[in-house]
Design a protein around this ligand. Structure first.
Ligand SMILES: Nc1ncnc2c1ncn2[C@@H]1O[C@H](COP(=O)(O)OP(=O)(O)O)[C@@H](O)[C@H]1O
Ligand SMILES: [Mg+2]
Length: 262
């Protein structure tokens, strides 16, 4: 399934948060969105997933979701948003309860999702017994159980430590290489953006406008290799320079405003 965002604009009352944002996420692609905090990234994800209707423009899909998809657009958030009184299996089951009637069919899907995310031994554990990384694995297991056509991920790794982040990225890429779900991935971490994405959309500060769209040409499976390191580092520099100039512009405006006050 392909997602197209066409000239998306959005206002919250008098506050314009997005302006003329257009790009596409092709079938089986990972597209990242980066940009300063408050520039409308989470709003854009909500619009992409059909939760928020945009003030201007349109989000539409091409192609059908797989017939067995229980939830074509599935979100993954920074905190896995697990129910503390449910076990790991119980939390994954949440994605299924109103959609899969048969208990044994549910159990099968849950087992599979836990297996994929390395959580089988933790099926009966409770969220408070798990590390942040493990909880995030549960969030991903729950999302995969719904067999999404599209994953909409909002800074999914920003609450875990650097080592866990590295591990989760590797595991996540392995899952993606297997299933090739289309993914729209919001992050403020440039390393995540260059390691995971086919394309990186750089937004300006609010109102978010597309500053640049950068293709990452190296296949994802090769990005962990030493030979890819230099090219990825160069890309990261380029992204950083774009973001830095956004921050500088903001500082200059602030300075000008203060000058006007004086
Ligand atoms: N429901 C809402 N009502 C009013 N303002 C909102 C709402 N959601 C977000 N905002 C504002 O819109 C701007 C963009 O928010 P958001 O999309 O969360 O940005 P980002 O994810 O890039 O940090 C922020 O200034 C935020 O305070
Ligand atoms: Mg956000």
């Amino acid at each position: 399934m392909e997602l197209q965002l066409h000239e998306i604009g959005h206002d919250f009352g008098p506050l314009t948060v997005l302006d003329g944002v257009s790009f596409r996420v092709g079938a089986s692609e990972i597209v990242s969105v980066i940009g300063p905090s408050g520039c409308g990234k989470s709003t854009l994800l909500a619009i992409a997933g059909g939760i928020v209707a945009p003030s201007r423009g349109a989000a539409f899909t091409l192609g059908a979701a797989p017939a067995d998809s229980l939830n074509p657009f599935t979100f993954v958030f920074q905190d896995a948003a697990l129910l503390p009184w449910r076990s790991v299996a119980g939390n994954v089951s949440l994605a299924l309860e109103d959609r899969v009637r048969s208990k044994s069919a549910r159990a099968k899907i849950i087992d599979e999702a836990l297996e994929l995310t390395g959580l089988s031994a933790f099926a009966q554990a409770y969220p408070k017994q798990l590390s942040g990384g493990m909880r995030q694995r549960v969030g991903i297991a729950r999302a995969l159980a719904a067999r999404p056509a599209f994953l909409l991920m909002d800074e999914p790794l920003s609450a875990v430590d650097a080592q866990t982040r590295e591990l989760l990225m590797e595991e996540f890429l392995a899952l993606w290489l297997r299933d090739r779900i289309s993914i729209l991935y919001v992050t403020h971490n440039l390393d995540e953006a260059v390691r995971l994405s086919d394309r990186i959309v750089v937004l300006s500060r609010r109102p978010g406008r597309v500053r640049d769209i950068i293709e990452v040409m190296i296949p994802q499976a090769e990005r962990g290799r030493a030979s890819a390191a230099r090219e990825l580092a160069t890309l990261q520099d380029r992204l950083w320079n774009l973001l830095r100039s956004e921050a500088r512009n903001a500082d200059r405006e602030l300075l000008a405003l203060e000058g006007a006050d004086a």
